[in-house]
Write a protein that binds this ligand. Structure first.
Ligand code: PGA
Length: 262
């Protein structure tokens, strides 16, 4: 059975003090919620927060002793160099990060990151043993014009090209986030999300083999809340959720983790 992966993407919210406050409230709640703690201990679930760069130190210090995972939302592909404003994978590791989001739709569309950039970032993350959460997703006009599967195929294959199947299965998490469902309150129906996640798994099977496809963790993201988590996770090919707005408050994020207990 694949483990569940419950991820909070804080975006440009929760600075260092808000992060410390979040950790002081969330970490004890996570530990005392018996069903979640037991799922985590048995390796059936992982819970992660992806904090802004400046809050990562507060996050890793605040979670000390807890199995909560701390990750970053972006990184550069070079280890160091003249790249003003950028942060590298070794720097993230030094802060205690183990995971990093690559290719979130806001990075693709607002900051114009290309598939080639994202491919380089994925390779650089793997080289440093950071687990990338690699995001793919179509725009509303792409869905309406019937090109969803084409867009997903191109984004996924451009990111994962030349990779080893075992890296994909063991070290990469894929997140399907339809852009029209992000921060809009419009969730894709569980069936629509399942259809695309099943398509992703099939692409992985065709490219890397059944074994890899069966092992790979695939998340859905876009207006996930405590109330719709169980229905989304009841779908066969959806192993977890990537949550924006509803991950900012400890109780709501905990509600999502509770709904994910298996
Ligand atoms: P949302 O964001 O849950 O606020 O829709 C999801 C995401 O962008 O990862």
């Amino acid at each position: 059975m694949r483990r569940r992966f419950i991820a909070g993407n804080w975006k440009m919210f929760n600075g260092p003090s808000a992060t410390s406050e979040f950790m002081s409230a969330f970490v004890p709640k996570l530990a005392s919620s018996e069903d979640i703690a037991s799922n985590i201990n048995k390796g059936m679930m992982e819970v992660a927060v992806f904090a802004p760069f400046v809050s990562l130190d507060a996050a890793t210090k605040g979670k000390e002793g807890s199995p909560l995972i701390v990750g970053a939302q972006n990184m550069h592909w070079e280890k160091s160099g003249a790249f003003t404003g950028e942060v590298s994978a070794p720097m993230l590791k030094e802060l205690g990060c183990t995971h990093v989001i690559i290719g979130h739709s806001e990075r693709r569309h607002i900051f114009r990151e290309t598939s080639e950039d994202l491919h380089k970032k994925l390779l650089a993350a793997l080289e440093e043993n950071l687990t990338p959460v690699f995001c793919v997703g179509e725009l509303l006009e792409e869905r309406e014009s019937g090109s969803t599967f084409d867009v997903i195929r191109k984004q996924l294959m451009a990111g994962l090209k030349v990779m080893d199947g075992s890296d994909v299965a063991d070290k990469i998490i894929v997140a399907y986030e339809p852009v029209w469902a992000i921060g809009t309150g419009k969730t894709a129906s569980s069936e629509d999300a399942q259809e695309v996640c099943a398509f992703i798994r099939k692409l992985l099977a065709d490219t890397f083999g059944e074994g890899v496809a069966e092992k790979t963790i695939i998340l859905y993201g876009g207006s996930v809340k405590p109330e719709n988590t169980a229905s989304i996770l009841s779908m066969k090919d959806i192993d977890g959720v990537l949550v924006g707005g509803a991950s900012l408050k400890p109780d709501s994020f905990l509600g999502i983790a509770k709904a994910a207990v298996q």
